[in-house]
Design a binder for this molecule. Structure first.
Ligand code: SF4
Ligand code: SF4
Length: 319
């Protein structure tokens, strides 16, 4: 496994980052022990970089996995906090629920532009102060927009950006892949650590996985690439792609066949909360017979799983 320094943070991370959203209730909902074992196995294979978020409701998997790991992996988490109280609550929740004294990387979740970053300034200041106090090693943002990458560079005091990069630009809300690459080149030159999300376009590029991963690996500006992993087979295949080894055809075919999709359960009450909160505008309300309910535009959905967190009826699941 190749390792890179994450910008100027001093954190040495594996080029393959374990995207842990897949483990918990918003996606595969693996039994706790099984998810923790997968993380431990990944760690023993050299993956020392794990990406989570408060929204993923999966700190318990990481906590259990960490019990059997001697050296701490680099863990990134994220929060939607916009003020000091919210930021304090998020930091304390992460420390308590993962049983960690120090959070290696704390990100403001889903920033869109200089305006949203300004709107979260109080929380950001709190995280930067917590870094001074030694409770966080590095601070940054995650985003789906070119504008947020540019704003993060202009802000001047951030360490890390986690943004969408894939060869088709799937999921980039305000521009093309070329524009995103321009922005991350500027960010990289400014010394920010950058790790990519949605390298496989939220599942849309699984049939072209080798090409998609090689494209992202060829970008020197990317210190690491987060890939969602939900089974030992997915772990093996991703490790092989990152080592430049062609995985066995039958396993690749099997994984491609299991193309994941977002499903809306019949008991949807059409409250509209998921529609308002989908970052890709992939949800809408439609009449199915007499019944108004949420529906998915699968061509826009990048399987981020975020909508599941906004449904109090537990209607949204990725299968
Ligand atoms: S529909 Fe849900 S899973 Fe799909 S992009 Fe929107 S929030 Fe993400
Ligand atoms: S949040 Fe849940 S109940 Fe409300 S519209 Fe979406 S799927 Fe239906």
């Amino acid at each position: 496994m190749e390792y890179r320094l994450l910008g100027k943070t001093g954190l040495n991370v594996s080029r393959l980052c374990f995207g842990t959203l897949t483990l918990g209730p918003l996606q595969a909902n693996l039994p706790l022990e099984q998810g923790a074992e997968l993380l431990q196995k990944a760690y023993s294979c050299g993956i020392n970089f794990w990406d989570t978020a408060e929204l993923y409701f999966n700190y318990n998997y990481l906590r259990l996995a960490l019990k059997k790991i001697k050296d701490l992996p680099v863990i990134t988490t994220k929060s939607y906090a916009y003020n000091r109280e919210g930021a304090l609550a998020s930091l304390e929740k992460a420390r308590r629920e993962m049983d960690l004294d120090v959070i290696p990387v704390f990100l403001l979740h889903e920033q869109e532009s200089a305006l949203t970053l300004q709107g979260h300034k109080e929380a950001l200041d709190f995280f930067l102060e917590s870094k001074e106090r030694g409770l966080i090693n590095a601070v940054g943002i995650s985003c789906h927009t070119v504008a947020a990458v540019e704003a993060a560079v202009d802000f001047g005091c951030l360490d890390v950006i986690h943004t969408i990069v894939n060869f088709k630009g799937i999921g980039i809300k305000d521009g093309t892949i070329e524009e995103m690459l321009e922005a991350i080149t500027r960010a990289h030159k400014s010394g920010l650590g950058i790790y990519a999300m949605k390298v496989l376009g939220g599942g849309h590029l699984i049939p072209e996985a080798e090409k998609a991963i090689n494209f992202a690996l060829s970008l020197e500006e990317l210190d690491s690439l987060a890939v969602g992993i939900a089974s030992p087979a997915e772990l093996t295949v991703n490790l092989q792609y990152f080592e430049g080894i062609k995985p066995p055809e039958h396993i690749v075919r099997e994984l491609a066949r299991k193309k994941r999709r977002l499903k809306v359960e019949d008991w949807c009450t059409a409250c509209g909360s998921c529609v308002e909160n989908c970052p890709q505008q992939a949800l809408f309300l439609e009449n199915e017979g007499e019944h108004l309910r949420a529906a998915v535009d699968h061509s826009r959905c990048i399987l981020c799983g975020y909508c599941g967190a906004y449904c109090s009826e537990f209607c949204l699941k990725i299968f």
